[in-house]
Each structure stands twice: as structure tokens, then as C-alpha cells.
Ligand binder design. Structure first.
Ligand SMILES: Nc1ncnc2c1ncn2[C@@H]1O[C@H](COP(=O)(O)OP(=O)(O)O)[C@@H](O)[C@H]1O
Ligand SMILES: [Mg+2]
Length: 236
């Protein structure tokens, strides 16, 4: 089986500031991968490099066997990568309904299509808020909308950056349940989050970043046997 995503030796910089120092990892179809590390270690920069929002100085990103390193972000999105950024990125003047209508895209047909109705069934809270503006939602509802908006594009790879950050425990649990549903529906995911316990129960691979370098790349079993060491890297 070939990789869905392969990230090879990425070096990314902001001006003179060298942030990623040769980041490499890969993801198989259907897998969930956690990207862990303390604040400032380069997680978001890695995700942005995969999306083309940051242009790496060197290294490659391949998706479904195609080298996408030189493609624009919109071209990568068109190849079925979806992104839920840190901070969610609502459009201030769009309602919940409009957010989902604007993003909806029925590309893969079949039983596992994420359409407008399925997203609303998955997030009943959004159904009650259809005519509210994105900015009138609570943090948790905004996060649900951000994930829903990504899902209606029917991605093959969903990238989630700090999807549960700053949310109340009950809302977090709802978000995690949905991420589990997404995984079970066959979509591959890269998840950045601080909750190592939940990630352990959910993900097939675990990549730990320290100062822009991959210091650990573990499967689920290996995480179990190296748990204390990983916690040490995360400072928990
Ligand atoms: N737009 C930017 N301009 C300059 N430096 C940045 C920018 N974004 C992030 N950085 C720096 O790059 C490093 C990695 O940041 P980031 O990838 O956001 O880390 P993480 O997501 O792991 O918290 C940090 O030192 C951060 O201050
Ligand atoms: Mg970040």
C-alpha cells in the first residue's frame, strides 16, 4: 500500500528564522496521525507547509503519489485536503447555513458522502443556529462549524490544528466524538492537540516535534511503551 501523504525533509523559515529542520513523516490511507509538541515547536508551521500556506525552502510534500510541493494552496485543496486552522477562521458576515452552503462539494459519490444534511445531523447544535452569523456562535459551535465546513468538501485528508483548544470539557468531548466518527468514515486525519490520552486512543501514528525536528515517530503500540518519554517531551 502506498502512502497517502509523504512529507520529506521539510525546511521552513520565517524570514531568517529557521523553524523546521528536516521534518519527515508519512501517513497511510485511512490513518489518523497526531502531531505533538510544546508550543512553538513547529506544529502549525508543518501543517501550513503541507498546505502551501508556508513555502518550504527545501523538502517535498507528496499526496496520493503526486509531488504537490510546488502547487498553490487552492490546488492542494482541490486534491481533497481540508484544513481547520487554529482559531477557526469564521467569515464574519456569513450565517451557519451560508458557511456550509458555500463550502459544500459533492466530489466522491457513494455511501460515505459528507453532505449538508449529514453534517447537520452530526452537529445538531448547528441545526438550531442555521440563521446565526458565525461570529454569534460560542467557541465550541464555531469549532463545529469549522469542522462541518471542512467535511462538506468531502476531503480525503482532514488537517485539524488545536481543534479542542480553549473549549469546555463537555464540548471537547463532543468534538472528539465527531473526530472519531470522521475517522470511522474513512477520512485520514492529522490532528494537533495537547490531549495525549485522547490522541492515544484515536490515532494510528504519533509524531513528536522538538524545535522543528521529529524526535519520535511511533505507532500506537510504541506510544504505549514510550508514554513517559513522550510526556516528557510535551512537558505534561
Ligand atoms: N508568521 C510567523 N512569523 C515569524 N515567526 C513565526 C511565525 N509563525 C510562527 N513563528 C515562529 O515559529 C516557531 C514555530 O511556530 P509554530 O509552528 O506556530 O509552533 P506550534 O504550532 O508548535 O506552537 C515559533 O518560534 C514561532 O514563534
Ligand atoms: Mg500551533
Amino acid at each position: 500500500m502506498s502512502n497517502l501523504l509523504e512529507v520529506k525533509s521539510l525546511h521552513s523559515l520565517y524570514g531568517e528564522s529557521h523553524v523546521l529542520h528536516g521534518v519527515s513523516f508519512s501517513l497511510d490511507p485511512g490513518q489518523a496521525l497526531s502531531l505533538m509538541g510544546r508550543n512553538g515547536m513547529g506544529k502549525t508551521t508543518t501543517l501550513k507547509s503541507i498546505l502551501g500556506l508556508v513555502t518550504p525552502r527545501s523538502g517535498t510534500v507528496s499526496f496520493k503519489g503526486e509531488n504537490i510541493t510546488d502547487l498553490a494552496t487552492w490546488q492542494r485543496i482541490k486534491r481533497d485536503i481540508a484544513y481547520v486552522p487554529e482559531g477557526r477562521g469564521m467569515f464574519h458576515n456569513l450565517t451557519v447555513d451560508e458557511h456550509l452552503q458555500v463550502a459544500a462539494r459533492a466530489n466522491n459519490q457513494g455511501e460515505n458522502v459528507w453532505d449538508y444534511d449529514r453534517v447537520l445531523d452530526t452537529f445538531p447544535r448547528l441545526k438550531e443556529r442555521l440563521s446565526n452569523l458565525g461570529t454569534q456562535l460560542s467557541g465550541g459551535e464555531q469549532q463545529m462549524l469549522a469542522i462541518g465546513r471542512a467535511l462538506v468538501t468531502n476531503p480525503e485528508l482532514l488537517i485539524l490544528d488545536e481543534a479542542t483548544e480553549g473549549l469546555a470539557p463537555l464540548i471537547r468531548k463532543e468534538i472528539w466524538d465527531v473526530i472519531r466518527t470522521i475517522k470511522d468514515s474513512g477520512i485520514s486525519t492529522i490532528i494537533v492537540d495537547k490531549n495525549i490520552q485522547v490522541l492515544q486512543g484515536l490515532c494510528d501514528r504519533h509524531v513528536v516535534l522538538v524545535k522543528g525536528k521529529v524526535v519520535m515517530n511511533l505507532d500506537a503500540e510504541q506510544l504505549q511503551s514510550n508514554f513517559a518519554e513522550v510526556e516528557g517531551y510535551l512537558g505534561v
